[in-house]
Write a protein that binds this ligand. Structure first.
Ligand code: KIV
Length: 284
C-alpha cells in the first residue's frame, strides 16, 4: 500500500471517509497498527505514562520521545507517522520549536509533528515550524501538557468562555498552517460547530463524531490500569491476559511443568558422553 499523504487525508475528509489514527510507542505496536490498516500513527507523549511510567506527560524528554519515534517509524510502511513534541521542547522560542521539529523529521523520519495548544505563542511556533517545511498537527481542547493551567484533566468547551476560546484556537491553528487538528474532550455539539468552520481534518478524542478518531493504543487494548477516561472504549483485555499468561508461566516453572521435551534441543548421545567424560577427567 502507498504511504498515506496529506492530500490523501484531505480527500478522505472531503469524501466523508473517517480517518483512523492510533498511538504507538514501539516496533510491535507500530506493526500491529500497520497490519490493521490505520491511516495515521501518533507517537503520543501519552507514552510518557503508558510505556515509561511517568505520572504525567510533562516529564518526558525529546531524546526519550525520539527513541519511541524511531521504533515506530521502523514498524510502519503506509501509515502517516505523527510525533508529539514534548513539553519544554518548543516553549522557549520559535527557533527552539523548529530545532525540535526538525530533529523528529531527520532523526526519526516523522511525517509531521503535533503541538498542543492554540494561544498566540503556540500559533507563532506552528507558523515557524510550517515555514521550516515540517507539517504540523495541532491539538486543542484538553491539552494534557498544560492541564494544570486548565484546572486539571477536564473536558473543555462546556461553558460560553471555554467554547469561544476553543473556536478561536481551532481557527487560529488552521490559519497558522496546521494541516490537521486533534480536538480532545469537547462536547460533540461544539465539535460539530468546529467541523462547519474548519477546512482541515479534525481528529477527535472524546469529542464526538469528527473527520477521524484517535485512541491511545494501551487504552483500547485494555493494558492501562485503573479507570479509563470517559471517552475510552476498550476493545480487548490484554492487560489481564498478560498477567494471566505470566502467572501460568511462573506456576509451570515453579511446578516443573515447563520446559518439556518439545521445548528442548536434542544432542547426539556421543556429545553427552563426551561432556560427562570431560567433567569426570577434570574431577580426577
Ligand atoms: O499523547 C497522546 O496520545 C495524544 C492523544 C491522546 C491525542 O495526544
Amino acid at each position: 500500500m502507498p504511504r498515506m499523504t496529506i492530500p490523501m487525508l484531505n480527500e478522505k475528509r472531503a469524501a466523508g471517509e473517517p480517518i483512523v489514527m492510533v498511538t504507538a510507542y514501539d516496533y510491535p505496536g507500530a506493526r500491529a497498527a500497520e497490519r490493521a490498516g490505520v491511516d495515521m500513527v501518533l507517537v503520543g507523549d501519552s507514552g510518557a505514562q503508558v510505556v515509561l511510567g511517568y505520572s504525567s506527560t510533562v516529564a518526558v524528554t525529546t531524546d526519550e520521545m525520539l527513541v519511541l519515534a524511531k521504533a515506530v517509524r521502523r514498524g510502519t510502511e503506509s501509515a502517516f507517522v505523527v510525533c508529539d513534541v514534548p513539553f519544554g521542547s518548543t516553549e522557549v522560542s520559535d527557533a527552539q520549536a523548529v530545532e525540535t521539529a526538525v530533529r523528529f523529521v531527520k532523526e526519526a523520519g516523522a511525517d509531521a509533528v503535533k503541538l498542543e495548544g492554540g494561544n498566540q505563542d503556540r500559533l507563532s511556533r506552528i507558523r515557524a515550524i510550517v515555514s521550516a517545511g515540517v507539517p504540523v498537527v495541532a491539538h486543542v481542547g484538553l491539552t494534557p501538557q498544560t492541564a494544570t493551567a486548565l484546572g486539571g484533566l477536564r473536558a473543555q468547551g462546556r461553558t460560553v468562555e471555554s467554547a469561544v476560546r476553543l473556536v478561536e484556537e481551532a481557527l487560529g491553528v488552521q490559519e497558522a498552517g496546521a494541516f490537521c487538528v486533534v480536538v480532545e474532550a469537547v462536547p460533540a455539539e461544539v465539535t460539530e460547530v468546529l467541523r462547519e468552520a474548519l477546512r482541515i481534518p479534525i481528529i477527535g478524542i472524546g469529542a464526538g463524531s469528527a473527520d477521524g478518531q484517535v485512541l491511545v493504543l494501551h487504552d483500547l487494548l485494555g493494558i492501562t490500569e485503573g479507570r479509563p477516561a470517559k471517552f475510552v472504549k476498550r476493545y480487548a483485555a490484554i492487560g489481564e491476559d498478560t498477567v494471566a499468561a505470566i502467572t501460568a508461566y511462573a506456576d509451570e516453572v515453579r511446578g516443573g511443568a515447563f520446559p518439556t521435551a518439545e521445548h528442548q534441543y536434542a544432542a547426539a548421545p556421543e556429545a553427552v558422553e563426551a561432556a560427562a567424560q570431560r567433567i569426570a577427567s577434570r574431577e580426577r
